[in-house]
Design a protein around this ligand. Sequence first.
Ligand SMILES: NC(=O)c1ccc[n+]([C@@H]2O[C@H](COP(=O)([O-])OP(=O)(O)OC[C@H]3O[C@@H](n4cnc5c(N)ncnc54)[C@H](OP(=O)(O)O)[C@@H]3O)[C@@H](O)[C@H]2O)c1
Length: 164
Amino acid sequence: MNDKIVIVTGANSGIGRAAAIRFAEKGYKVIIACRNLEKSKKVQKEIIQLTKNNSIDLLKLDVSCFKSIEDFCSEFKKSYKKLDILIHNAGYFNHGERNYQLSPNNIELSFATNAFGPFLMTQLLTDMLKKSEDARVLNSCTTNIRHFLNQNGKLTLIICRGNL
Ligand SMILES: NC(=O)c1ccc[n+]([C@@H]2O[C@H](COP(=O)([O-])OP(=O)(O)OC[C@H]3O[C@@H](n4cnc5c(N)ncnc54)[C@H](OP(=O)(O)O)[C@@H]3O)[C@@H](O)[C@H]2O)c1
C-alpha cells in the first residue's frame, strides 16, 4: 500500500478500467468516477478481487454535467485530504452521429464531456491537488482531434472563469 490517491474518470471500461487496475496493483487508493453506478459497481468489485486492493471507491460522476461535477468534487473533499493524480479518461466521440446532442448545460455533448467538464473538474480540485507533493493531471485524448482543425490554423486556448 502507498498513500497516493488517484481519480480515474470513466473507469468502468477500456483504458480507464485498465489504468485503475494498474494503480490498484501498485497500492494506490483509486477512485473510479463513473456515471452508471450499477454497471460500475461490478467493475469496482472486479478490480478489488483482481488486485486484492480494498481501497477502490466508486463515486458518481457525469462529466458532461456541471452539477454532477460539483457534487462529485464536494463528495470527494468530504472523504479525502488530498489528490495526487487526476486522470481525465471519460470521453465521448461519436463521429457518425447525425443528431447534434447537447449536455444538460446546453453545450455540444463531445465538447462538454471532453473539454468543459475536465476543465471545471480540474479547477474545483486544484486545492486538493496542491496538497500533494507531486500532483499530476492527465488527459486520455486522441490525435483524431487534428481532423477538426485547419492544418494551417492555430489552436486557441480559451480560459473561462466565473459563470461556468
Ligand atoms: N481506445 C482508443 O484507441 C483511444 C485512442 C485515443 C484516445 N482514446 C481516449 O481514451 C479515453 C478512453 O477510451 P476507451 O477506448 O477506453 O473508451 P471506452 O471504453 O468507450 O470508455 C469510455 C468511458 O468514458 C465513460 N464516459 C463517457 N461519457 C461519460 C460521462 N459523460 N460521464 C462519465 N463517464 C463517461 C464511459 O462510461 P459509460 O460506460 O457510462 O458509457 C466509459 O467508461 C477516451 O477519452 C478516448 O477518447 C482512446
